[in-house]
Design a protein around this ligand. Structure first.
Ligand code: G16
Length: 589
């Protein structure tokens, strides 16, 4: 024990010379776990990406404990002696839930937890750490873009050993276990501080249990440096003798990306100090709804529109996997276009020069702009259901390099999550290489490929029953033999239904099947209307209507004006207003 403590101290001294005095002494306490009887809660079914509920729900006695025990039980014998990453966006209930995870993990023979300082780790950073440390997986504490604070949402998600969100089979199994749980194991007297980096050792039931608290950015910044040309990006952002600085405005919305933006953009790349806002992670996000879109990131949009000094604006969600990009004067880049532009310019990013470019993919509702790039570059193209978990197998099989979703997610095979900071660095790499503005890059792209106009209408917090009735009505149209061939006219434009179905997907790698992934109405001119219910909300139902239309020659018209006829037809087909009583969407992106 003395030797062990001495070596730990030395190692710690080496990594954290200034803090070692406080934290270096490894604590070896002998502790005993207990088994606590419990009963199932019926509502622990993970949604699109983990279990998301109001904080008050997670605070119920045994609620969080049951879910964590079920996650560990789903790993079967692999839990014994394993290492897990733990961290999240720092929202309210993070500290309490990490304490629960530490105590339950230690009692279930987990060997080690690697935890972000103060519980902070972005979702992409968790994915990277799982891969770097070859862990069994990670527990991500976030409800992503949902509001935080005691009255709002919390979430718990499990990521598997490839770094990606647990696939359907595993989340189904976790859910099944939550339905029959009778007890959980816990070490009630284990107190562990995770406010500062350091290694702490405990003895639980005679086994060694280790908690290593790490800086949340160190591993991630190394990864970014291995992907991008930081020298080139620094020249762009801080300017050179011959070119002025390229001014960005980054809005972390008081989510976890603040700590990454500070280190990467302000400290490493030399951006102006006023180029980042809301960079202090707060447990209620300072009352900001951390969803990077035109509605909730309005403050950023207004600032970039009003101040012509800004060349690019970007916003991130609470856990840092989503991003929104706007150019000078708040020129909006749809996530579907963002994906297509990055796909078309991967040669500007060193990572792809060395790793090569395999296929591309998008989620089904995402605008099909990237498909045209794939066709031109002769790359494989995949259309998967909504959810990042569906990209993982393709990446692991070496068939997918870049993917994205309309829900403001973009990423590559550097990890198995979408990655907001990565997306901004990718855009800056393209700008540095092409020496063009965001708007010029988009217009050039549309000139080559034509333009997929895309918009999404969200009707948040509808009555669940009304939303289900609307979906059932749409489902009934699939069986109605009069649907195909039917004409709809609005604002002088006529569309003819070519096909209607409920999207299902067979994973080409493991042949697993995902059914009922959204109603698709496909028109003869290639336009699409898609309807699905959100899988990330915590109360009521959110109806999403996705509208995608391709124009070969038109390149500059306003997307909302171009898509208005299809929107009207979408409302007519679904009878959305009649079912829900909603006149207007809550969010348009
Ligand atoms: C999650 C998933 C995304 C998915 C999104 C869809 O995003 O990670 O892959 O596109 O949900 O959300 P919904 O089901 O509400 O349409 P996040 O950022 O919330 O983790």
């Amino acid at each position: 024990k003395i030797l062990n403590n001495y070596l730990t101290l030395k190692l710690y001294q080496f990594h954290y010379p200034f803090e070692f005095i406080v934290r270096a002494i490894s604590i070896r306490m002998s502790l005993t776990s207990i088994t606590v009887p419990t009963t199932p809660f019926g509502d622990q079914k993970p949604g699109t990406s983990g279990l998301r509920k109001k904080v008050a729900v997670f605070m119920q006695k045994h609620y969080t404990e049951n879910f964590i025990q079920s996650i560990l039980d789903a790993q079967k014998d692999k839990t014994k002696g394993c290492t897990l990453i733990v961290g999240g966006d720092g929202r309210y209930f993070t500290t309490q839930s990490i304490n629960i995870i530490i105590r339950i993990a230690s009692a279930n023979a987990v060997h080690k937890l690697i935890i972000g300082r103060r519980g902070l780790l972005s979702t992409p950073a968790v994915s990277s750490l799982i891969r770097t440390h070859k862990c069994l997986g990670g527990i991500v504490l976030t409800a992503s873009h949902n509001p935080g604070g005691i009255r709002n949402d919390f979430g718990i998600k499990y990521n598997i050993e490839n770094g990606g969100p647990a696939p359907d089979q595993m989340t189904d199994e976790i859910y099944e276990l939550t339905g029959k749980i009778k007890e959980y194991k816990i070490t009630p007297d284990l107190d562990c501080d995770f406010q500062q980096p350091g290694v702490q050792q405990f003895e639980v039931d005679g086994r060694e249990f280790v908690v290593e608290v790490i800086d949340p950015v160190d591993d991630y910044i190394q990864l970014m440096k291995s992907i991008f040309d930081f020298k080139k990006l620094s020249n762009l952002l801080s300017g050179t003798e011959t070119s002025p600085p390229f001014n960005v405005l980054l809005d972390s919305m008081n989510g976890v990306t603040g700590v990454y933006v500070k280190r990467i953009f302000l400290e490493e790349l030399g951006s102006n100090q006023d180029s980042a806002v809301h960079i202090i992670p707060l447990d209620n996000f300072g009352e900001i709804h951390p969803d990077p879109n035109l509605t909730y990131a309005k403050e950023l949009v207004d600032k970039v529109r009003e101040d012509s000094k800004f060349d690019l604006g970007a916003a991130f969600d609470g856990d840092g996997d989503r991003n929104m990009i706007i150019g000078k004067n708040a020129f909006f880049v749809t996530p579907s276009d963002s994906l297509a532009v990055i796909a078309n310019n991967l040669d500007c990013i060193p990572y792809f020069q060395t790793h090569g470019v395999h296929g591309f993919a998008r989620s089904m509702p995402t605008g099909a702009a990237v498909d045209r790039v794939a066709q031109k570059l002769n790359k494989e193209m995949f259309e998967v259901p909504t959810g990042w978990k569906y990209f993982g197998n393709l990446m692991d099989a070496g068939r997918l390099s870049l993917c994205g979703e309309e829900s403001f997610g973009t990423g590559s095979d550097h990890i198995r999550e979408k990655d907001g900071i990565w997306a901004v660095l990718a855009w800056l790499s393209i700008i540095a290489h092409k020496q063009m503005s965001v708007e010029e890059i988009l217009k050039e792209h549309w000139k080559i490929y034509g333009r997929n106009y895309f918009t999404r209408y969200d009707y948040e917090e509808c009555e669940s029953e009304a939303a289900n009735k609307m979906m059932n009505h749409l489902e009934s149209l699939i069986d109605d033999k009069n649907t195909v061939g039917k004409n709809f006219t609005s604002c002088g434009k006529t569309y003819v239904i070519k096909q209607i179905d409920n999207f299902s997907y067979v994973d080409p790698i493991d042949n697993s099947v995902a059914k009922n992934q959204g109603i698709r109405v496909l028109f003869e001119d290639g336009s699409r209307l898609i309807y699905r219910l959100s899988g990330t909300g915590s109360s009521g139902a959110t109806i999403r209507v996705y509208i995608d239309s391709y124009e070969k020659s038109e390149t500059t018209a306003d997307a909302q004006a171009i898509l208005k006829p299809l929107v009207n037809i979408g409302l007519e087909i679904s009878k959305l207003k009649a079912f829900t009583g909603r006149e207007e969407p809550t969010v348009i992106t």
